[in-house]
Unconditional design. Structure first.
Length: 63
């Protein structure tokens, strides 16, 4: 995970490893580079403003 913070905004880039072993035909696994944007609110709490678990795969049409 990498966090780039500027003022009250933070970009978080994280590797998400997904797997499912309960499929009847085959096991499933994939790795995504997820991106998130957090904003620090007036009360000091960080809240997620953009939740993009597909990351840059949205640009390739593979999501």
């Amino acid at each position: 995970m990498a966090i780039v913070e500027g003022g009250d905004t933070a970009l978080v880039i994280a590797r998400a490893e997904l797997s499912a072993h309960a499929k009847t035909d085959s096991a499933f696994a994939m790795t995504r580079t997820a991106t998130y944007v957090f904003r620090r609110e007036a009360d000091g709490v960080w809240r997620c403003a953009v939740d993009n678990s597909y990351g840059t795969e949205l640009l390739t049409g593979e999501a």
